[in-house]
Design a protein around this ligand. Structure first.
Ligand code: B12
Ligand code: SF4
Length: 495
């Protein structure tokens, strides 16, 4: 069968599309795991963000798919609905399947959307079995993790247990299936790979626990190295490790760094997400190894520097430093110090705008980011479906917007007990733009050509809404912010 898999074009403030266009790892993994006689095409629509309708129309015409699959996050739901309508209009008989975080956590939202099947949680085995059933015209009622339309109603089969990843049932991603080009991170081709899935923490803002429970499963190093080689052979020079929490097993992570070095794959640049506690508590051995393996940017889940906020986010444990078996306070500074000492950059993941936040507590976090992080990745708490945080915000009546396309992490959709949502966003937006500018010298050193030819676009993106009048101080920053918000609203119309 011909199968077309699409990821959504929607991006957010910290991913300016002219500088960062990442592939969706789910789709190539699905493509690598269907029976080999199917012809699968993967299209990451971020690569054609301003020609979505034309591209999808062309691909449907050229590939004549019998099945179209969409991978969707919550803030992309409206775009997905429009694409489903478009595909249905182009091919009324096509089978439409949705998967990813939003369909898995809010399946009811898709029941009236012209969708035939919905894959909940991990997709490789479920999708493989679904294609077999569609091809053979057999029943789908025994496929675990699948929901499907049955006349006017929907049937939700029992969940499928998370895969243990230890056997070779989940094969490598199929990168040849990609039909669009242009993946980049500041001018270097980027790809994503996985070494593990799952997490055993339960931060209140994170969707992972409702998605798959609290567990952690790992791929063998042979498979991971083969995946990195495959990404490299497809042109990647930067690799993003998309593991939910690779630092849960630090000894394994260290061994992985050694394996990368031994395999000669340390010439690539690596990006990874990490817990501050793991880096602070094991930095002495872990940080130098990471550097030698090629790690360049580490996204640190700092979340917040104030204890009260960390408690609300249920993120205290993963940010605690331990000395001789005792808790000795927040691990963030020590983690940052280890990374900096070993020439790595810190992408600072912070969350401002929790219910108890005041102007002072937000400012304290912004000031921390100004002083210590290399690239800010500051977000607002966002009530994604079924997270514990969503319930807290709803119970307290603090959710200010139900427009899901605004749930992109940098649009404040909740207020605090003390500040309106817009004010929280304004404070973050105003401070964060200047923090980004401070990282330019490091970018020039690493990617001079990119900065020379594309740097002005990044600058213009960062300062969207500004004018000559505002640069001269003749117009208030609030006015610029209003224009920025209007630009954001307009660019969300991808289809
Ligand atoms: C890596 C990652 C990123 C990376 C890379 C994104 C990319 N291009 O792949 C970066 C850092 C760029 C990123 C950014 C964002 N992310 Co993100 N990200 C993740 C993370 C850590 C892993 C996702 C991943 O690749 N997993 C590996 C793949 C193989 O697994 P998977 O995506 O789950 O796919 C499987 C199933 O879901 C299913 N499936 C998926 N799609 C489909 C489609 C079909 C047809 C089928 C059948 C099955 C299927 O099968 C797949 C294979 O088993 C998750 C989870 C986490 N722990 O935090 C968050 C997560 C997905 N991100 C999230 C969010 C909100 C964002 C941002 C909006 C804001 C932010 N928090 O940074 C931005 C938006 C990005 C943009 N488009 O501009 C949320 C989504 C919440 C939600 N309900 O929508 C998550 C869950 C984190 C959270 N807050 O809880 N993200
Ligand atoms: S440690 Fe990371 S992956 Fe784990 S629950 Fe917290 S935010 Fe989610």
């Amino acid at each position: 069968m011909n199968v077309l898999l699409l990821s959504m074009p929607d991006s957010f403030e910290h991913m300016p599309p002219h500088a960062i266009r990442m592939p969706n790892g789910a789709l190539t993994s699905l493509a690598g795991n269907v029976d080999p006689h199917h012809r699968v095409a993967v299209a990451d629509l971020i690569l054609v963000q301003r020609q979505v309708r034309e591209t999808v129309t062309r691909l449907v015409g050229e590939l004549d798919p019998e099945v179209v699959g969409l991978s969707i996050m919550t803030f992309q739901r409206r775009t997905a609905a429009r694409l489903i309508e478009l595909v249905r209009a182009l091919r009324p008989g096509v089978k439409i399947v949705v998967g990813g975080y939003d369909p898995s956590l809010a399946p009811e939202a898709y029941e009236d959307m012209g969708v035939d099947y919905l894959v909940r949680s991990e997709g490789e085995v479920t999708f493989r079995e679904l294609l077999r059933a569609v091809e053979q015209g057999s029943g789908v009622d025994r496929i675990g993790g699948l929901s499907y339309r049955n006349g006017e109603s929907w049937v939700h089969n029992p969940d499928r247990a998370p895969h243990r990843l230890e056997d070779s049932e989940i094969r490598l991603p199929n990168r040849d299936a990609r039909v669009l080009k242009g993946y980049t991170l500041m001018g270097r081709q980027i790809d994503v790979i996985e070494t593990s899935r799952g997490c055993t923490f339960d931060c209140s803002f994170c969707s992972i626990i409702e998605m798959r429970g609290r567990n952690f499963h790992t791929y063998s190093f042979d498979r991971v190295l083969a995946d990195i080689r495959d990404a490299r052979d497809h042109g990647a020079r930067t690799i993003f490790l998309v593991d939910d929490n690779i630092t849960l097993n630090v000894r394994r992570f260290e061994a992985l760094c050694e394996a990368i070095i031994a395999a000669g794959l340390h010439k690539l640049d690596y990006f990874v997400q990490a817990m501050t506690s793991a880096i602070a508590n094991h930095g002495e051995t872990l940080a130098p190894l990471m550097r030698r393996a090629g790690f360049r940017y580490v996204f640190l889940g700092i979340e917040n520097i104030l204890e009260g906020d960390l408690e609300f986010l249920r993120a205290s444990a993963k940010n605690t430093e331990r000395t001789n078996g005792h808790n000795t306070g927040n691990a963030t500074l020590k983690a940052i110090d280890y990374l900096h000492r070993h020439q790595m950059y810190v992408v600072g993941g912070l969350i401002v705008g929790s219910p108890g936040d005041t102007r002072e507590s937000i400012e304290a976090n912004l000031e921390f980011a100004r002083r210590y992080v290399d690239w800010p990745y500051i977000q607002h708490p966002t009530p994604y479906p079924r997270t514990p945080m969503t319930k807290d915000f709803r119970d307290q009546g603090l959710i200010m917007s139900e427009r899901l396309e605004e749930y992109d992490g940098t649009t404040a959709v909740v207020r605090t007990e003390h500040l309106p949502a817009e004010e929280v966003e304004f404070m973050r937006w105003k401070a964060e733009r200047w923090m980004k500018i401070h990282h330019i010298p490091a970018c020039v050193k690493h990617d001079p050509r990119f900065v020379l030819f594309q740097g002005w676009k990044m600058f213009a993106h960062t300062f969207r809404g500004s004018s000559i009048r505002s640069a001269l101080g003749l117009e208030s920053q609030k006015k610029v912010f209003e224009r920025y918000r209007a630009i954001r609203r307009a660019e969300r119309e991808y289809v």
